[in-house]
Design a protein around this ligand. Structure first.
Ligand code: ADP
Ligand code: ASP
Ligand code: MG
Length: 419
């Protein structure tokens, strides 16, 4: 019997009506002869509420208890989904992570899969169960503690099950009907793509497009999972939505295929740091130690007058998520106090956002950067930091211009028009 993985995100299981709607889609696949592994998220808003409760108890909370609390949202929807399916005469049962058991590392709140043994689920399928409803986002560590996979992690649970069970396809049901050229919620002209290459989806996800968790795309690419994104609110068939696939299977060929943004960024500049071998290591070592996810880095070399002679100095600018600024500041101040680094000033800008254009076509098209910068210039948007890689260009800009920038770039690269 062929097996499908169907994942339903938070808005798709937000209340009992929506769970019924999702269960109906599962029932239809069962009627067509499939066995189904259903992965569910918590009801929308639930995980945020749970995180809020944890943070309200303490600032430096025990990460193991954080996971014990925030994993619970998925336990509720898994049980409700199984009950709803049973009401439809579909033999189903729920599985929490530890029952499978979904074995992960013990990196609490950002755990990674180690193994998903098939035996328990296979035994139930053999008994005649047609559906296994698995709580997404969670697992269990070697120490026997509940772990979670990072926000958006149910996508990754879905892909990991598809890989472990050799599923025919992994369908990600969500509140949009596929992957768009950019977030349809901030750009009305965004166009749904029929297909997108793994590499592009990976960049878009890691640059902020939250429609798929980055790690889920990585896993799908590595294990050759047929990964599809589609709407849980519309009638869907085998051709609906967006298929994430190999580059060779893509029809469209253009320089830029999508625009992504990340709203909550911060820019920090260490002013007048001594310019010597080892200085970057001395700065970014302590930041890494403090768990700061540094993204863009720019170094400007200059000179300053010091006690009558000229010394080489550098301004070191980097970006990180805005909620890590306090940690970054403390790490740098501690490093200054203990003599590891010396700087004149630390300038922090917490009102920035990152906007990126992505496309595998950039490998062969010249002038994409120039076109991007002139589109932003035409809107009078100042660029603070630029980084590029083979298939993406990112800029840091004032957050208040973020939506305007996304729309301007979408227009400039004519992403509303199919090729
Ligand atoms: P779920 O709860 O189903 O996991 P998410 O909220 O995590 O759903 O992801 C879906 C959302 O991703 C959409 O509502 C949309 O606003 C956003 N999004 C961002 N970029 C894109 C994109 N390029 N294509 C489609 N959706 C996108
Ligand atoms: N409920 C989790 C979150 O909100 C996981 C998920 O929905 O993918 O991040
Ligand atoms: Mg999600």
């Amino acid at each position: 019997m062929s097996l499908l993985v169907m994942k339903f995100g938070g808005t798709s299981v937000a209340d009992l009506d929506r769970i019924r709607n999702a269960a109906e889609k599962v029932r239809r696949e069962v009627m067509r002869g499939h066995e189904v592994i259903v992965i569910v998220s918590a009801m929308s808003g639930k995980t945020n509420e749970l995180v809020g409760w944890v943070e309200a108890t303490s600032h430096l909370y025990d990460a193991r208890e954080y996971d014990a609390v925030v994993a619970s949202g998925e336990n509720v929807t898994a049980g409700l989904m199984a009950l709803t399916l049973q009401q439809m005469d579909v033999p189903a049962r729920s599985w929490q992570g530890w029952q499978v058991p979904i074995q992960t590392t013990s990196a609490h709140s950002s755990a990674r899969f180690i193994d998903i043994p098939r035996a328990n689920l296979d035994a139930k399928f053999a008994e005649g169960f047609r559906v296994a409803v698995v709580a997404g986002f969670q697992g269990v560590s070697a120490e026997g503690r509940i772990t979670t996979l990072g926000r958006g992690g149910s996508d990754t649970t879905a892909v990991a099950f598809a890989a472990a069970f050799g599923a025919q396809r992994c369908d990600i049901y969500t509140d949009v009907d596929g992957v768009y050229t950019t977030d349809p919620r901030i750009c009305a002209k965004a166009r749904r793509l029929d297909t997108i290459a793994f590499e592009e989806m990976l960049e878009l996800a890691s640059l902020g497009a939250k429609v798929l968790q980055t790690r889920s795309v990585e896993l799908a690419m590595r294990y050759k999972v047929r990964l599809r994104v589609l709407s849980s609110f519309e009638d869907t068939d085998d051709r609906s939505g967006t298929l994430v696939c190999d580059e060779e299977d893509i029809m469209e060929s253009r320089a830029v295929s999508g625009v992504a943004y990340s709203r909550d960024e911060a820019k920090l500049t260490l002013v007048s740091v001594e310019d010597r071998p080892g200085i970057a290591a001395a700065i970014f070592g302590p930041l890494a130690g403090a768990g700061v996810n540094v993204d863009m880095i720019v170094q400007n070399i200059s000179e300053k007058d010091y006690e009558g002679h000229t010394v080489a100095v550098t301004d070191m600018t980097f970006s990180c998520p805005v909620n890590q600024v306090a940690r970054a500041r403390k790490a740098l101040e501690d490093a200054q106090a203990s003599g590891v680094i010396a700087y004149d000033d630390l300038v922090v800008d917490t009102e920035v956002a990152k906007v990126s254009v992505v496309g595998i076509g950039m490998r062969s098209h010249a002038g994409v950067a120039a076109q991007m910068f002139s589109a932003l210039a035409a809107e009078n948007i100042n660029i603070k930091v630029i980084t590029t890689s083979e298939i993406k260009i990112s800029v840091l800009i004032d957050r208040k211009y973020m939506e305007l920038a996304v729309q301007a770039l979408h227009d400039a690269f004519e992403l509303d028009k199919a090729t």
